[in-house]
Design a protein around this ligand. Structure first.
Ligand code: NAI
Length: 428
């Protein structure tokens, strides 16, 4: 039975993306096992495994599948969220390029479990190479009888469509994604109702992340005890961590859930140039910044939350001691302002306004109230917008100010005697 690497173990095998290679390395064995079981038993298996969504929120996958009403007479859909757009996140794209059949196998198993006969992969528009690989793999899977009618003689039918979006961050939000898939402008819907009951074409829909679904064939093949032997009791299994920024060997590192940044940096050759770590994101720019004091935080959902941040997509953007935080925070906030869909006021107006303040501060024209104004704006935005985009936009600002407040305060000119006036922000 494999231990980590599990999800990435085929990535360096020549022609890893072809069906021939996949089948030679145990590919589609999980599907054969799954089709021999009752759908409800598969849902129970995934529930018992403790698998939690790898798209960022960590919602229990088996529970999500269990929400799909049965015997309701409506079509059910499975939609794979492959719109990986969170800054710093780069795990689903390499997975789809290197091992597309693991995703397809997981899709057939999941669709069978929730009794969906049509599935979609909603792919980030910029991922042209991944789209080619996926489409070729889907064609191979149809040809071999893993997709289409009466899959492997089981009587189960599934059609799978690969749909490329137009490259909008908001379309990674699951309800905006569904709107976009239906042919409308991608904007979030109010939840509840959740997609589990009112999803694609108002029908019960499971929306799962790529990595989550690619994990499923392994659970079916090797079982719950094997899966739970890795990671933490509260978040078991393997995880792909993306390391970028000031790190010697940036890239994807697979390790059990709960691995620490210190351990990941050891794997990646440490901070670039042997310099000191200053700040990092545990899960992309939407997750509050942490510092060198958090090197030993276990990187699982609760572990990171206890440290004051979120695991999110496990995208670790590493910033060394040479980095100025104000331009970093301004740049990240600009990203959210640019990607805001404009549907709700706190997000549309708030992000733009905060960019203006941060830009002014960066040009050296900040005033002593700016930091409090920014924190107050974030307080008023967080939890008051349609979706998580606006909450994410507040993360770099609030956490940047929390850990590096000095860098956001205006520089007070030094007086002729060389002393700064009392109460100067510069000296704190
Ligand atoms: P959420 O916690 O609201 O929902 C998570 C999932 O559980 C959704 O599929 C939702 O439909 C389902 N769910 C939750 N409560 C439910 C209920 N009562 N009944 C039925 N289903 C229910 O999180 P959300 O807003 O979907 O995603 C936020 C996360 O997305 C953040 O943690 C962030 O890290 C991540 N994210 C990931 C990006 C990427 O590129 N992968 C980009 C931006 C954000």
């Amino acid at each position: 039975m494999p231990v980590t690497p599990v999800l990435t173990r085929r990535w360096n095998v020549p022609e890893s993306w072809t069906l021939a290679t996949y089948e030679r390395l145990d590919g589609y064995q999980g599907l054969r096992r799954a089709l021999a079981q009752a759908p409800d038993d598969l849902i129970k298996l995934v529930k018992d495994s403790g698998l939690r969504g790898r798209g960022g929120a960590g919602f229990p996958t088996g529970m999500k599948w269990g929400f799909i009403p049965q015997g309701d007479g409506k079509p059910h859909y499975l939609v794979i969220n492959a719109d990986e757009g969170e800054p710093g996140t780069c795990k689903d794209a390499p997975l789809m390029k290197a091992d597309p059949h693991s995703l397809i196998e997981g899709i057939v198993i999941a669709a069978y479990a929730v009794r969906a006969n049509r599935a979609f992969i909603y792919l980030r528009g910029e991922l042209i190479h991944a789209a080619r690989r996926l489409r070729a793999a889907v064609a191979e899977a149809y040809e071999a009888g893993y997709l289409g009618r009466d899959i492997l003689g089981s009587g189960f039918d599934l059609d799978l469509v690969v749909h490329s979006g137009a490259g909008a961050y908001i379309c990674g939000e699951e309800t905006a994604l569904l709107d976009s898939l239906e042919g409308r402008r991608g904007q979030p819907r109010l939840r509840p109702p959740f997609p589990a009951t009112h999803g694609l074409y108002a029908s019960p829909t499971v929306v799962n992340n790529v990595e989550t679904i690619a994990t499923v064939p392994f659970i079916v093949n090797y079982g719950v005890d094997w899966f739970r032997s890795m990671g933490r009791e509260r978040a078991p299994g393997p995880k792909i961590y993306s390391l970028s920024g000031h790190v010697t060997r940036p890239g994807q590192y697979e390790a059990p859930m709960g691995t620490t940044l210190r351990e990941l940096l050891d794997m990646a050759g440490g901070v670039l140039g042997g310099r000191k770590l200053k700040a990092w994101t545990p899960g992309g720019s939407s997750t509050p910044l942490l510092t060198a004091d958090h090197l030993d935080v276990p990187l699982d959902f609760e572990g990171v939350q206890e440290a004051g941040s979120l695991l999110g997509t496990a995208a670790l953007m590493i910033m060394d001691e040479t980095v100025d935080m104000l331009p970093v925070v301004r740049r990240l906030t600009q990203f959210y302002a640019h990607e805001s869909c404009g549907k709700c006021t706190p997000c549309r107006e708030g992000t733009t306004w905060m960019v203006q303040i941060l830009s002014r501060m960066e040009r050296g024209h900040g005033d002593s109230d700016d930091v409090d104004t920014l924190v107050d704006a974030c307080d008023n935005i967080f939890g008051r917008a349609f979706c998580a985009l606006a909450d994410g936009a507040t993360s770099p600002i609030v956490s940047g100010i929390k850990h590096f407040r000095n860098e956001f305060l205006p520089i007070t000119p030094v007086g002729p005697s060389g002393s700064t006036p009392s109460g100067s922000a510069n000296g704190t």
